[in-house]
Design a protein around this ligand. Structure first.
Ligand code: ADP
Ligand code: TZD
Ligand code: MG
Length: 567
């Protein structure tokens, strides 16, 4: 694409970069090609960091997690048609999880697309993006670039955040516009995610319901983590003494070893709580839809939620508090002096008893010594390392590798655990690790199933190219869930769940100059993770795990159709 920049004229590509700069965009994650190569080059020239990936899905995942960590939309840049589609999975995942991101994609000639005349990478991208995105826009005129970007920023970050698609045509990028006119169109979006203040009635109702509870529970979701209302949530819990349960990515919002944390008594508190206050958590499959055998049948709900449509989505909510969590928590904390919230001491004692029993059971699993290692005795080591590097970001995906890691590893700071989220999607690992490293400048530890790692594994080249402080541990059990299944047809092909147990994933990072480790014992694992983290250099540890120890689908075996379980 030729650049028409001269003293009086500019073009869509240059205006787009100016609009991004004006709105504080400091990083773009992408893969270049026609028609957006010059856009990436010029963005870099203008001081925006460009992080080039090997696959758009990982670029999208990096953008999404950066959005989650910063509350500013992460930007992913893709080429037309296939690049766009590769990024779309990440955009959809961002939307489902409530992460703010914008996928800016180049697209081919509208006139040819609309008549389906067969252009290079022809695809009607905006219409394809619509069902997967929170919003989708196309900019056709250079004078509309600033407005188009503003619409995308507002849609991505206001209300429930999500993924926004922004289509920039080849024609737009090359369209000439007078420099002075273009300059006049530029602006910074004012207050992109306005506060949403809940009604005072809803606050009073919520507090009254809590004060009538004997066995209350606060359930923290990733919406609470996202809102960054950390201090207010802490204050509310400190002042009321209510036990809390964090959803996976809300772990660490208050430290997992906080005395009120009921994570180790999860089943007990869900089965027995008489009043549950949801803070930024949905009653979706991850919570059994808030009904059924895992819940107290008489439980009453308070729900702090920004999206009014979410209320009553699965069961009636007695006290909805519709607003942003920060505003809602502020009003709730201020309202505490007007009500008396008393948590039954027997409730706390019973939770403590259940925690003790479960912690003992867990300790027994962690303290087994086996060769090869199993998930638990390997995770015992990871836990020890994380306990002495509390500020670390933990990226985690897999089935057993995901579920067991979540249960074993304590988190100590908000927004440090980044995982498969609402969809239970594989392939977020390296994108999340890279996005978190670029955004936080802190060391990242990625605990990856061998299958999970494969979905984004080529990004270790990206990690090495940018010299990122990422330590990857591949729990290599030789398979999806387990490595010991047989081909039921009796042939020589491996079973559908089988991967190579003998694979040396560590060798991959050697190709790019990273540090490899191949470990089989707890001592070797501890040494390798500690050195990896402390070196601040790209490190990949192949950790051999007994192929016989995993469970089909990890902790969600019951979601399989009844026919499928043949362990
Ligand atoms: P988890 O999986 O941790 O339970 P979910 O992603 O299911 O969390 O739910 C998060 C909820 O938080 C979503 O319904 C989302 O609309 C809501 N949410 C996100 N940000 C805010 C905010 N700032 N204020 C209020 N609610 C929010
Ligand atoms: N594809 C995508 C994109 N997401 C998925 N969740 C799956 C496929 C299905 N799947 C799971 O739900 S977990 C998993 C797959 C393929 C991998 C589990 O194997 P692993 O972990 O090696 O990563 P464990 O430790 O062996 O259980
Ligand atoms: Mg595996």
């Amino acid at each position: 694409m030729s650049s028409v920049q001269n003293d009086n004229l500019t073009d869509g590509m240059h205006v787009m970069v100016e609009a991004l700069k004006k709105n504080g965009v400091d990083t773009i994650y992408g893969v270049v090609g026609i028609p957006i190569t010059d856009l990436a080059r010029h963005a870099q020239e203008e001081g925006i960091r460009y992080i080039g990936f090997r696959h758009e899905q990982s670029a999208g995942n990096a953008a999404a997690i950066s959005g989650y960590l910063t509350k500013k939309p992460g930007i992913c840049l893709t080429v037309s048609a296939p690049g766009f589609l590769n990024g779309l999975t990440a955009l959809a995942n961002a939307t489902v999880n409530g992460f703010p991101m914008i996928q800016i994609s180049g697209s081919s000639d509208r006139a040819i697309i609309d008549l389906q005349q067969g252009d290079y990478e022809e695809l009607d991208q905006m219409n394809i993006a619509k069902p997967f995105a929170k919003a989708a826009y196309r900019i056709n005129k250079p004078e509309d670039i600033a407005i188009g970007l503003a619409r995308a920023i507002r849609a991505a970050t206001s209300g429930r955040p999500g993924g926004v698609y922004l289509d920039v045509t080849t024609e737009l990028l090359g369209s000439v516009i007078d420099k002075v006119e273009a300059e006049k169109t530029l602006f910074k979006v004012e207050n992109p995610a306005p506060k949403s203040i809940p009604s005072s009635d809803s606050i009073i109702k919520a507090l009254n319901l809590l004060s009538s509870a004997k066995k209350p529970l606060v359930l923290l979701g990733k919406g609470a983590a996202y809102s960054q209302a950390d201090e207010l949530i802490k204050k509310f819990l400190d002042e009321t003494g209510i036990p809390f349960l964090p959803m996976s990515m809300a772990k660490g919002l208050l430290p997992d070893n906080h005395p009120q944390c009921a994570a180790a008594a999860r089943s007990f508190v869900l089965e027995n709580a008489d009043t549950v206050m949801l803070i930024g958590a949905r009653l979706n499959w991850l919570l059994g839809h808030g009904k059924g055998k895992h819940w107290n049948p008489d439980v009453r709900f308070i729900q702090l939620e920004i999206d009014p449509k979410e209320i009553d989505s699965n069961r009636p909510i007695e006290a909805p508090v519709v607003g942003d969590i920060e505003s809602s928590m502020e009003l709730l904390v201020n309202g505490l002096e007007k009500v008396s919230i008393k948590v039954d001491s027997s409730w706390i004692e019973n939770i403590e008893k259940d925690k003790e029993i479960n912690i003992d059971k867990m300790a027994a699993k962690l303290n087994t010594i086996t060769v090869p290692l199993n998930y638990y005795n390997a995770l015992k080591i990871v836990k020890e390392v994380v306990d002495s590097h509390k500020d670390i970001y933990l990226v985690n995906e897999g089935a057993n590798t995901l579920d067991d890691t979540r249960n074993v590893i304590n988190m100590y700071y908000p927004r440090r655990r980044l995982d498969c989220g609402t969809w239970g999607v594989m392939g977020v690992g390296m994108g999340f690790a890279i996005g978190a490293a670029i955004t936080s400048n802190k060391p990242i530890l990625a605990i990856e199933g061998d299958s999970a790692f494969g979905f984004s594994g080529m990004e270790i080249e990206t990690i090495c190219r940018y010299k990122l402080p990422i330590t990857i541990v591949v729990f290599n059990n030789g398979g999806i869930y387990r490595g010991d299944h047989e081909n039921l047809g009796g042939g020589t092909d491996p079973s559908p769940t089988t991967l190579m147990a003998t694979a040396r994933y560590d060798k991959l990072i050697e190709a790019f100059g990273g540090t490899p480790y191949n470990v089989e014992t707890q001592e070797e694992l501890k040494d390798a993770i500690t050195k990896g983290i402390e070196s601040l250099k790209p490190t990949l540890i192949n950790c051999k795990i007994d192929p016989k120890t995993g469970t089909e689908s990890g902790h969600i075996t019951s979601l399989n159709p009844k026919t499928a379980i043949k362990n």
